[in-house]
Design a protein around this ligand. Structure first.
Ligand SMILES: *[C@@H]1O[C@H](CO)[C@@H](O)[C@H](O)[C@H]1NC(C)=O
Ligand SMILES: *[C@@H]1O[C@H](CO)[C@@H](O)[C@H](O)[C@H]1NC(C)=O
Ligand SMILES: *[C@@H]1O[C@H](CO)[C@@H](O)[C@H](O)[C@H]1NC(C)=O
Length: 320
């Protein structure tokens, strides 16, 4: 029994390695994780994609339900001649970036349906923030995600002197929007760089040179609360966040709507069905359809949108 499961693990590792080398083109079906039990909790390690003894690694991992061809469908025009980051974004970079966060629950929480929905939700945000689609664009306005990897004509260098002791701007560095969920400002580059152990404060340009890093910074933003007392977008989406009474009074329910509240606050939330919000929602719905989940799984209006929500961090009151 024991030796056969060890043999199976060895085969699984060999399979993963070959997939890694071959650019993830083949479906890895039912990869067997290494399993152990610690204090009654089942923990697993699945090698490169879900590493480090986590309960999340016992579940399906992202490549079990999301393949190259689906990435190509979702971002079908990203390498069109008119796109602005031709050749930059690819499936392999996304999967390598995701691998860092799968042991923490990214795309590995809940069952397969929730996992696919979280992927569609995260990528929906990415698609809408990096789109160059407009009304009459080929394939429709939603087919242009990952068209950009940086802000094209920044009007400033986004250096906030308030943070000069924690995150001092590097001479000559520009902290304009870059990445898959674009980050702006020295303090955001500083915080992301600390988390990813990359010197982004001195080298913000790394984000527009390295798609894996660009996706890592985006997934880090998705997985990390803006404030400790608040949920991350991930927690708000998968429902590991339990709203307080104040949250409920503020119409903040677990679901896609609250992810917009976490990431963008009153820029898009609490203003009714405005275009800025609808554009993000539409990308999410479009990806749910393309992934075969179906937009009806997105839930009712008050869960899907943040049209009626009060912001976690209102800008009007925060301004000094
Ligand atoms: C793993 O998947 C099962 C169902 O497929 C789910 O009930 C469970 O919550 C998942 N584990 C974690 C840690 O999310
Ligand atoms: C891109 O970033 C990843 C993640 O930080 C890193 O492992 C990799 O070496 C980088 N690639 C290049 C070419 O610098
Ligand atoms: C309740 O929510 C409002 C609006 O989001 C906020 O201004 C207020 O500080 C919150 N109160 C508590 C006790 O968290």
């Amino acid at each position: 029994m024991k030796s056969s499961s060890l043999a199976a693990a060895a085969v699984a590792v060999a399979l993963l390695l070959s997939v890694c080398v071959n650019g993830f083109d083949d479906q890895v079906s039912a990869t067997k994780p290494l399993v152990k039990t610690v204090k009654g909790k089942k923990l697993c390690d699945k090698g490169w994609e879900c590493k480090g003894w986590s309960q999340y690694c016992c579940n399906l991992t992202i490549t079990d339900f999301f393949q190259t061809y689906q990435f190509e469908e979702l971002f079908s025009n990203r390498n069109a001649p008119v796109a602005h980051a031709v050749g930059f974004w690819d499936f392999q970079s996304f999967i390598l970036a995701a691998a860092l966060f799968e042991p923490l629950g990214f795309g590995t929480t809940g069952g397969k349906l929730m996992q696919m929905k979280e992927l569609a939700a995260f990528l929906g945000h990415v698609g809408s923030k990096t789109s160059c689609g407009y009304g009459v664009a080929t394939g429709g306005p939603l087919a242009w995600g990952l068209c950009y990897n940086r802000e094209m004509s920044p009007m400033q260098s986004y250096c906030d002197d308030f943070y000069k002791y924690t995150y001092p701007c590097s001479p000559g560095a520009e902290y304009y929007g870059r990445g898959a969920l674009p980050i702006y400002w020295n303090y955001n580059y500083g915080a992301a760089g600390e988390a990813l152990k990359v010197d982004l404060l001195n080298h913000p340009e790394y984000i527009e040179q390295n798609a894996t890093l660009a996706f890592q910074a985006a997934i880090w933003r998705w997985m990390t609360p803006i404030k400790k007392s608040q949920p991350s977008a991930h927690e708000a989406f998968v429902g590991t966040w339990k709203p307080t009474k104040n949250d409920t009074l503020s119409k903040r329910f677990p679901g896609f709507g609250t992810t917009m509240n976490v990431l963008y606050g009153d820029q898009v939330c609490g203003q009714g069905d405005i275009d800025a919000m609808n554009n993000i929602v539409s990308h999410y719905q479009y990806y749910l359809d393309l992934m075969g989940v179906g937009r009806e799984e997105a839930g009712p209006h008050e869960v899907l949108t943040c049209a009626e929500q009060l912001a976690f961090n209102p800008t009007t009151q925060a301004s000094s």
